[in-house]
Write a protein that binds this ligand. Structure first.
Ligand code: AMP
Length: 283
């Protein structure tokens, strides 16, 4: 595996692959890799000739009071994991190279970026869309792989790719979970042992909603959201940020579940913010 720090070198490698007619798969990450990331990498390796994984903790997508400084980082461990997976290139650019002095260009996917996660994290999706757009230009992938964990991010990036006529196909893969149901996340290390025992409640609450729809035939979104909320409220250490039952395309709240829909939630557990979601089917 080649570790590439410079943008020009990354472009040079990509040019070579394209000249030879090879396909490129790309997995953008912020590092501190876990099995969720690995599921994306393995699918990229299965589908494409060459796989590039990026590790970049993007300052642009963190709010001023968020965890940019203390976001977990362990490059040595990540390099070991990626080498074992036989990834072709780890792209690991510096903040200074990605946003040099005078940097002025930003991507704003309007409307979709302001709700749910965006409402709680102003500017977050502007940072995400900007960095992913830059990375796509540098890596020029045929396929890019994302986890359903960040379902809203996927909807926003799909819109960006369509709106900007980008030649990349986005692939979304299911959430990888710990054995007790907690969605894997680099941020789970923030949880105290006590908070860690409470954390699976988020997924359990979403399952309450899913069962209501898929086993009991409930279709009233308000009732479903209320059931999820009251399950979460039983645990005093959990503070609900939002519970949303939304359309999979435009992320607007739905009143009645008629087809596939997204049930998503964000909570605070102590200082740590956790997100999770499930898709609901009516068949
Ligand atoms: P991150 O490093 O947290 O920015 O995540 C990089 C990519 O991994 C994103 O596409 C995430 O959606 C995806 N990802 C994160 N956690 C999981 C998970 N538990 N299962 C599947 N994909 C995940």
């Amino acid at each position: 595996m080649e570790i590439v720090r410079r943008i020009l070198r990354m472009k040079e490698i990509v040019r070579g692959w394209h000249r030879q007619g090879r396909t490129i798969g790309f997995v953008p990450t912020m590092g501190y890799l876990h099995e969720g990331h690995l599921s994306l990498i393995r699918e990229s390796k299965r589908m494409t000739d060459h796989t590039v994984v990026s590790i970049f903790v993007n300052p642009l997508q963190f709010g001023p009071r968020e965890d940019y400084d203390r976001y977990p980082r362990d490059l040595d461990r990540d390099v070991e994991i990626l080498s074992r997976e036989s990834v072709d290139v780890l792209f690991y650019p510096s903040v200074e190279d990605m946003y040099p002095p005078g940097y002025r260009t930003y991507i704003d996917v309007e409307g979709l970026s302001q709700k749910w996660e965006g409402a709680s994290r102003p500017g977050h999706f502007r940072g995400v869309a900007t960095v992913v757009c830059k990375l796509f230009h540098i890596v020029q992938p045929d396929f890019a792989f994302f986890g359903q964990k960040d379902a809203q991010q996927f909807v926003i990036l799909r819109r960006m790719v369509q709106d900007l006529n980008m030649d990349v196909e986005l692939i979304q893969l299911p959430i990888v979970r710990e054995s007790d149901g907690l969605a894997m996340s680099s941020r789970n290390v923030y949880l105290s042992p006590e908070e860690r025992t409470v954390a699976p409640r988020l997924y359990q609450a979403l399952q309450v909603g899913r069962r209501l729809v898929q086993e009991e035939g409930e279709r009233d979104a308000e009732k479903i959201v209320e059931a999820v909320r009251s399950f979460l409220a039983q645990e005093p250490r959990i503070r609900i940020d939002y519970v949303a039952l939304v359309d999979l395309e435009d992320l607007e709240p739905i009143e009645t579940v008629r087809g596939p829909a997204l049930l998503a939630a964000a909570i605070y557990l102590g200082p740590t913010r956790l997100i999770d979601n499930v898709t609901l089917n009516t068949k």
